[in-house]
Ligand binder design. Structure first.
Ligand code: A2P
Length: 345
């Protein structure tokens, strides 16, 4: 059986990767439609041997589409996802628009694949930092529940899209040429600099990105009370995020056991050479499917604590790959048409 797929936001950083993943993973496609804004009308994009046209999204775009992979920002998803569902498609949405809606499953296939079974047309793909953290923490949490989680992130420019990546390169060139770096996407120069994540701050001083890590992880883990806190920082890296994670358990979790569990965990690759001081790095995580995990050590300040470090490709597992894995899950379990069935009942 094969499926008619549309990518909404096909020309973006994540959209481009979605295209590549559908081809390289041999997704069972009957048809592939590329949708973006009117700015992209007339463009074509390569898919395997073919050149496919990019169409501006419109009222008729979702007729005869089974699966929509959406990655065109929250307001675009809010506008088009309900229309796609009405037209009978299931939408895997990369934006934050629906993630915390109680009836919308928030899915990381390595963690809570069963949640996707209950979809009513929209399945949300979590925030990138949350996906990377979940993949690494879940296998430990399953063995011994995490009592408290503290994360510090080192987030690349790619999280802000393709134009943000270009902006950092331009800024670096300008600085090296002795010129003043220009900025358009980011509020401050990112090249040779870093700044706390610039999403909206709440009354307690936490930014949206930090609260996504708290609330989304609780939802994915099915632990609404879990104690989680985070500090999110943008760093001048092009496309993979890194995170320092501290976990607290009720009783000590041996480092050896954690290493053993993570060396076998799905979606994780252990990268540790203590002699060489060699651990996960964003340049090595870029383009890889796995979350690279290392520097697992006990928390010397807390007998029940573990510390570790990870790097993961934000565009791949942090966004496009996770979305394609959700689509593959729907196909494997025959959950694609649930939305249409629900509408017609
Ligand atoms: P376009 O290239 O036509 O602007 P990124 O995350 O890399 O910034 O990419 C955003 C993606 O979302 C692009 O494919 C972009 O298309 C698309 N997009 C942005 N705004 C809209 C919109 N209003 N309608 C449809 N697609 C949009």
């Amino acid at each position: 059986k094969s499926y008619r797929v549309a990518i909404l936001g096909a020309t973006g950083a994540v959209g481009t990767e979605l295209l590549e993943l559908l081809a390289s993973r041999k997704f069972p496609l009957a048809d592939l439609k590329l949708l973006a804004s009117p700015r992209s009308a007339g463009r074509t994009m390569q898919f395997g041997e073919e050149h496919l046209p990019v169409e501006p999204v419109g009222e008729l775009s979702f007729d005869n589409v089974d699966i929509v992979l959406a990655s065109a920002g929250g307001s675009t998803s809010k506008l088009w996802a309900p229309k796609a569902v009405e037209a009978g498609a299931v939408v895997v949405d990369n934006s934050s628009a629906f993630r915390m809606e109680p009836q919308v499953p928030l899915v990381v296939p390595e963690v809570n694949p069963e949640a996707a079974a209950d979809h009513r047309g929209i399945i949300a793909n979590p925030n990138c930092t949350t996906i990377l953290m979940s993949v690494a923490v879940w296998p430990l949490h399953r063995v011994q529940p995490v009592k408290r989680m503290v994360a510090a992130t080192y987030q690349s420019a790619s999280g802000a899209g393709a134009r943000a990546m270009e902006e950092v390169k331009e800024q670096a060139k300008a600085i090296l040429a002795g010129e003043t770096p220009q900025k358009e996407i980011f509020p401050y120069p990112l090249a040779f600099n870093l700044f706390p994540h610039n999403s909206k701050l709440n009354k307690l001083g936490y930014c949206e990105e930090e609260m996504k890590m708290v609330n989304e992880t609780r939802k994915i883990f099915g632990s609404p009370e879990m104690r989680i806190t985070a500090t999110c920082v943008r760093v001048p890296v092009l496309r993979a995020h890194s995170e320092a994670i501290n976990l607290e358990f009720d009783r000590p979790f041996s480092v050896e056991k954690a290493r053993d569990i993570l060396s076998q965990a799905p979606g994780v690759r252990l990268v540790e050479d203590w002699q060489a001081n060699y651990f996960p790095m964003p340049i090595e995580a870029s383009g890889k499917d796995e979350v690279l995990v290392g520097r697992i050590r006990e928390d010397i300040s807390n007998p029940g604590g573990l510390e570790f470090w990870l790097s993961g490709d934000q565009i791949r597992k942090g966004a496009a790959l996770n979305a394609v894995q959700i689509a593959e899950l729907l196909v494997a379990k025959n959950w694609v048409r649930k939305a249409a069935a629900a509408v017609s009942v």
